[in-house]
Design a binder for this molecule. Sequence first.
Ligand code: SAM
Length: 258
Amino acid sequence: MSADPAVVAALRVAGCVFAEDEARLIAAAARTPEQTAAMVARRSAGEPLEHVVGFAEFAGLRIGVGPGVFVPRRRTEFLARQAAALLPARGAVVLDLCCGSGAVGAFLAASAEGVELHAADVDPAAVACARGNVAAAGGKVHQGDLFAPLPAALRGRVDVLAANVPYVPSGAIGLLPAEARDHEARVALDGGADGLDVLRRVAAEARGWLAAGGSLLSETSQEQAPLALAALRAGGLAAREVTDEEMGATVVIGTRPA
Ligand SMILES: C[S@@+](CC[C@H](N)C(=O)[O-])C[C@H]1O[C@@H](n2cnc3c(N)ncnc32)[C@H](O)[C@@H]1O
């Protein structure tokens, strides 16, 4: 799809660095000139492109993303691939906790045969969005605080628990790009004083939900990793850290001893 020069110019004026690419995506998403104009106006006002066109690319998948929902980051593809590497070849039980759009869970469901996928989030907008993405992968989405909405029958059965929880320290929220600060829910970003409040709660309960040999994976900043590892160990898990410098990604992995 070719980029409309007028749209490219409008996006450039609004400060969009990749105006041609964005114009092409808008052209593909809009069905009428009115829709195009509305999308250009929203993007020019600073809304994330993914909210405007309604989807994000994640690890080769097209993931639906609604207004207000956390846009899955490229960096998180590292967590998703680390998690995929831990899936049993068949019949894995996967839990995508703090699932947002459900991007990580959808990727994991597509990564092995016969995955039983559960996803959960506290934010109704995220849950509605995840239902679209995860249902396509045959998964179930639950709404509520961390593990609270999950069926008890899942306890002790989870092979891979991916939990990309909010981990921005409260005091650093104001330093985030406006696209995140103004257009993603605070609950999706704010991890408390040192950013690790939600991870600590997840780590304290994870062991009871993991199968023997199952693993919890969570993204953190490089600086947070030592405290995050300590939280996993305090939860009775064998903990390690993996990083991808090129992607700027750090993931802590806690495994329930077999
Ligand atoms: C950083 S976003 C990550 C979303 C998704 N996992 C991803 O990687 O794109 C964190 C998500 O955690 C959810 N969340 C925050 N606190 C929660 C809680 N106590 N229980 C369940 N979900 C929570 C937010 O609504 C948000 O969707």
